[in-house]
Design a protein around this ligand. Structure first.
Ligand code: ZN
Ligand code: ZN
Length: 97
């Protein structure tokens, strides 16, 4: 009787090793124990280079501006790449998926 159970290989230390994780969205180190829906501030969309298409406001390209001068976050229209996130949610770690 060959009893070589390969499926029950020890997975016990899961979740108990370290609570410090790196968020793949904001790249910050966080403690999973204090992760809440306001922990992570981010932009759900990309920083794009085109005109605002919401008609509410748009960057008017000057005659000397290169075509890529109009850059903003597609989600909220923030024109500063360093602008803090417009959305908050839980941090998402690399092993959450
Ligand atoms: Zn985060
Ligand atoms: Zn945004």
């Amino acid at each position: 009787m060959a009893e070589k159970a390969g499926k029950t290989a020890g997975v016990e230390a899961e979740g108990n090793r370290s609570r410090e994780k790196v968020c793949k969205r904001c790249k910050k180190i966080y403690d999973s124990a204090s992760n809440n829906s306001n922990s992570c501030q981010f932009h759900p969309s990309f920083f794009v280079c085109r005109r605002h298409d919401d008609q509410k406001r748009y960057y008017e390209l000057g005659p000397d501006d290169p075509p890529y001068a109009a850059k903003f976050y597609d989600c909220c229209g923030a024109e500063d790449p360093q602008a803090s996130g417009c959305t908050t949610n839980f941090h998402v770690s690399y092993d959450d998926e």
